[in-house]
Design a protein around this ligand. Structure first.
Ligand code: ADP
Ligand code: MG
Length: 319
């Protein structure tokens, strides 16, 4: 549905995007996660045809955004960081205006009424936009993006500035939109993309740092294998046995957790659970617990924000 290849964008001297590539299938909800200035809005503005790129290609449902901008734009509903609302119009007046501007060929009244139902603004249709709460204005922005029933929705930080209750409602709404649309949303909040998206791309300083399925990224973290162990028996001997197991790169001892039983964290370059089991099965030391420990996505993201892992770059994401 969406294919992005080798996008690069420089503002004067500032390289905002550096070789961004990814692709999405129909019905995916992708979270574009990154701190401020990471390049999220720049990417979205290029995807939606509002900004040119220095190099690279973007294909939306088979249409090239640079070669066939009108065709590609028809496939996209866009909610920019600052929703393009006309504050003195009524909600309905504004949506009719946008409907005509987009030259949509659907029965206008029925379509607008269906869209208003979807984002639950039917009861405020006659109100002047500037009198609405921020949460409702955001819904009107979403309604605008949904006009014409585009297969792709691009939402730039859709929950910024909303109160917690409004955030919950907008997230729920986006998830439900994901059933019928391919959605890309950006956020600087890990918890948000985890709650809403099934795929995540983490971007920092214009580069893709990590990408994958939310579940996988959340459960396994990176390639690091970490196992928590509780083993009954003399600590120094168990410790040195663990250290000698092929594939284990580091062992830390976490103290005595029950009488005569010690807890350890073993880090390894591959899955060593069977090897650990067989090694200790031959001895008098008993394994009482063996459990993979995930490196949380939060740890990865915190490293990025604190600047520890900015050098890493898996440019071509396979999602
Ligand atoms: P995000 O949306 O992730 O916060 P942006 O895409 O807005 O990030 O910005 C990426 C980088 O490009 C930042 O360093 C920002 O300062 C720079 N930038 C964004 N827009 C402009 C612009 N119009 N002119 C110059 N630099 C810009
Ligand atoms: Mg932004």
């Amino acid at each position: 549905m969406i294919k992005v290849k080798n996008l690069t964008k420089t503002y004067v001297k500032n390289k905002a995007l550096d070789d961004i590539s990814f692709s999405l299938n129909e019905g995916d909800i992708l979270g574009f996660l990154g701190p401020n200035g990471a390049g999220k809005s720049t990417t979205m503005n290029i995807l939606t045809g509002y900004l040119s790129a220095d190099s690279g290609t973007v294909e939306i449902d088979g249409r090239d955004i640079f070669e066939d901008p009108a065709g590609a734009k028809k496939k996209i509903g866009y909610l920019p960081e600052i929703p393009p609302l006309y504050n003195d119009m009524t909600v309905e007046g504004y949506l009719e205006f946008m409907f005509k501007l987009k030259k949509i060929k659907l029965p206008m009244k029925e379509h607008i009424s269906a869209v208003c139902d979807t984002v639950r603004i039917t009861d405020v249709k006659g109100r002047i936009i500037k009198h609405l709460s921020k949460g409702y204005r955001q819904r009107v922005g979403l309604a605008q993006a949904l006009l014409g029933d585009p297969p792709v929705l691009i939402l730039d930080e859709p929950t910024v500035g909303l109160d917690p209750q409004q955030i919950i409602e907008i997230r729920k709404l986006i998830r439900s939109l994901g059933k019928k649309h391919t959605v890309i949303l950006s956020s600087h909040l890990l918890s948000e993309v985890q709650a809403v998206c099934d795929k995540i791309i983490i971007i920092n300083k214009g580069r893709i740092i990590t990408s994958g399925l939310t579940d996988q990224l959340t459960s396994t973290g990176k390639s690091t294998n970490r196992i928590e162990l509780v083993i009954e028996g003399r600590m120094p001997s168990v410790y040195s046995m663990l250290k000698r197991i092929d594939g284990i790169t580091n062992v830390s001892e976490r103290g005595e957790c029950e009488k005569g039983c010690y807890s350890y964290i073993a880090e390894s370059s591959k899955d060593v659970r069977r090897l650990i089991f067989r090694t200790f099965a031959k001895t008098d030391y008993n394994i009482l617990l063996m459990k993979p420990v995930s490196v949380s996505l939060e740890d990865i993201y915190l490293d990025i924000i604190s600047g520890k892992s900015e050098g890493e770059n898996n440019n071509v994401s396979d999602i």
